[in-house]
Design a binder for this molecule. Sequence first.
Ligand SMILES: [Zn+2]
Length: 459
Amino acid sequence: MLVIFVPLVLLTIQSVTDKFGGGGIASNESGCISLTERKRIQTIVEEFHARKGQSDITANTKYQVYPIGGLIGTDIFPNNYVDLDTTSGLRDWDCTTYTYNGHLGIDFDLRGFVEQEIGVPVFAPKDGTVVEVDDGNFDHNVYGDIQPGNHVILYHGGNQYSLYWHFRRGTIRVQAGDQVKSGEELGQVGSSGSSTGPHLHFESWAGPGSQFAYDPHSGGCNLGSSGFVAQQPVPRQFGVRKFALSMVDFSRFPGPPYEMPNAANYVVGSGPVGFYIQAINLPVNSNFRVRFLRPNGTVAFDSGTGTFGSNPFYRQSWWWWRYTVNLNTAGAWTAELSVNGVAQVTAPFNVGNAYPLNSNLPPYKPSVAIIPPVEAGAPLAVQVVAPDIVTDPDYDVVRYRYVWRNGRTIVRDVTHAGRLDMVPAKLPWKSQGWTVTVTPYDGMAWGQSTTVVWSNEAR
Ligand SMILES: [Zn+2]
């Protein structure tokens, strides 16, 4: 009998610190542009529209790029589209409900304030004239109905306008009257104005006012041709878009958009190990399984199948797990998260014999790809294809330095948290071709660079 009781006692001790938590992430639901702001900008745009001459640039109805420096579905999540249902119901262009009642734009969400503070660029998606700019307002709001927001309004010729809201304070690079090129940086994403977290509200008007707002995406509930030259597929599958290991008690932290501590170095012995995720599109009634694997691949801990608590469908959610694990051997361990039977994250962490352990390791070398211009005159872009979820061995938030050379001339040199960067086509491009060097940085150490080359002869 005693033999049977011993493991039961051990299990009881182990469960004292075993914890799981999380939930849905709040979405902007109270109007990204407040009614007071809407009235004011309506007047400004109507006046601009009335006095503009016929000499303005030629209208081109399609956007050449998406207006944000990230990858849709990982570092950027389009949480809300235009609500095409004129009643109290919800309907977006894709016949789903990724919107809120009365929403007139597209919300591109960052993962949190740390990414905002490092910076994520907003780009002009086509040529335009700057109609209006407001900057200098507080940019860490987490509640709606606060105004005003830092913003830019562009005119694209004909009857077309586009609006960019919630900029990070002090980052707007253009002023009223400027001509901007497709792919030119306007500023950086923030959470100013009526905003519950860092995101870009991008709104399109086919006339001088909110009554002309439309969604440029083409789909089953928004027929006709797309307003993008190259409309991207939208993420509808479950995905993890942020992951970090830590030994802290996550229940003491507020969760996204705020950051939490991260750590990937542990000492041999029994102690708490945990991690948190930000997820998109979590199916209803999902389940999970967490395992910790020793350096030789054997299982040191297995949570078994757990549930998210009879969860509803969540467009965006965050979750954390923390277990006491007997880290009985030094070396390279692995944390593994499966959701609904599919392994989603395989994450390395280091277990050493004593402190001091490795203080910091540089981020992983990125795999980078050029995105050629979608048409003549469109921007040239580059994206970080991989790694996707685990970008740094210590789970630090990674930023990327993008150095663009046309021939030998450095044309753009920026460091930001977005996984995509671009340059306008209408720079004085030479025939020597383009070189883009992308170097990751975790705030303390630089990782290895990747350089890609593109010849504009092929354009
Ligand atoms: Zn919005």
